[in-house]
Design a protein around this ligand. Structure first.
Ligand SMILES: NC(=O)c1ccc[n+]([C@@H]2O[C@H](COP(=O)([O-])OP(=O)(O)OC[C@H]3O[C@@H](n4cnc5c(N)ncnc54)[C@H](O)[C@@H]3O)[C@@H](O)[C@H]2O)c1
Length: 321
């Protein structure tokens, strides 16, 4: 079976990627230090617990499995934390990627799919195209843009080919509820809202002074299993075409925080209060998805309703409700 390295494979999105790869007869080798992931999420291939910083260990893992490609999802992910502690983010997300690239080169692995983010875009009030201006508003977004730039520079004089997937907001859970969103320090609206509802707590809404239709931040929610499929299609594309690409991966429709709460209120009893705006948050992030539709023939199959249903069902499952 073909081996592919998945960094961050014990995390939320990475575990869904491993599940789809295995279904397609590809053996996913998870590399993760479990700072934000779970060993129990690694169900579809071997697990190598290590920090990406560890060059020698990475080198041994590459020699052992001889992967044909790397799917690089490992990163620190919370924008607000990155404002408070940027060095941590630069070190983990940028320096560790340099180590990974060196090991890839040493082992003649020249295909990488990198999970970038909508956080690279300059703030504006319309859908983002891949060619739009890039201007991250947080150190987290800056780490994603820097890694895009460094992989691109690196690829110019080497055989390396890449696909950058600029994810919008991953949400929902695997339909069989085997895995789902369970970040150790949760910052995402949907799991926070569900948790608050079940615990009878008041959900904090971070500001209604955004430049959007109802004043709350607008995001583009894409089901995590759809996002996982985009990785498989990217891998197939890289193997067949051996050329680099950048794609937005979103649903292509924006929902404001208040709209998501309205939808959740039909299913759960949610109380909320407005607090001050979080640092590093964008007003409006919605994808134009025409490029990935055209080139990879990728079309999300799940909508906001199945996203919310699977998220609620996964929450109930892990909390024994
Ligand atoms: N969740 C989203 O909505 C979203 C949106 C845009 C981009 N992304 C990107 O997608 C990727 C995955 O996000 P996620 O939500 O699954 O996050 P996650 O925290 O669940 O997964 C990341 C995994 O990487 C591991 N990790 C982090 N640094 C590491 C290191 N130095 N060495 C080894 N392992 C390390 C963590 O333990 C974790 O399991 C990230 O790169 C994130 O920036 C996520």
């Amino acid at each position: 079976m073909t081996n592919v390295i998945v960094t961050g494979g014990a995390g939320y999105i990475g575990s869904h990627v491993c599940k789809i790869l295995k279904k397609k007869n590809i053996n996913p080798i998870t590399i993760d230090n479990l700072t934000n992931g779970y060993k129990s999420f690694v169900k579809w291939g071997p697990f190598e617990k290590t920090n990406l910083k560890n060059y020698n260990r990475l080198n041994r893992i590459f020699k052992k499995y001889k992967p044909i490609a790397v799917i690089h999802l490992a990163a620190k992910i919370e924008s607000e934390k990155s404002v408070r502690n940027p060095i941590n983010f630069y070190e983990n997300n940028i320096s560790d990627t340099i180590t990974l690239l060196k090991v890839m080169e040493k082992n003649n692995v020249n295909k990488i799919i990198f999970s970038s983010s909508a956080a690279v875009y300059q703030i504006k009030n319309k859908k983002n195209f891949e060619k739009d201006a890039l201007k991250p508003s947080s150190p987290y977004g800056f780490t994603k843009l820097t890694v895009e730039n460094l992989i691109n520079d690196y690829s110019k004089n080497k055989k390396l080919k890449y696909i950058f997937l600029r994810f919008f907001n991953a949400a929902g859970a695997d339909s069989m509820l085997e895995i789902g969103e369970r970040h150790k320090d949760e910052t995402h609206l949907i799991p926070l809202a569900i948790d608050a509802a079940y615990k009878g707590k008041t959900l904090k809404i971070f500001g209604i002074n955004y430049k959007t239709k109802d004043g709350s931040a607008v995001r583009d929610y894409i089901h995590v299993s759809d996002l996982a499929i985009s990785h498989y299609l990217s891998l197939k594309y890289l193997i067949k075409n051996n050329s680099s690409q950048i794609f937005n991966v979103g649903f292509g429709k924006g929902y404001s925080v208040l709209e998501i709460i309205k939808l959740l209120k039909k299913k759960l009893n949610i109380k909320y209060k407005i607090t001050k705006r979080r640092k590093g948050d964008n007003d409006y992030l919605v994808s134009n998805t025409s490029k990935i539709k055209k080139i990879l023939r990728f079309k999300p199959t799940e909508n906001i309703h199945s996203i919310l249903d699977t998220a609620i069902n996964y929450y109930k499952k892990i909390n024994g409700l």
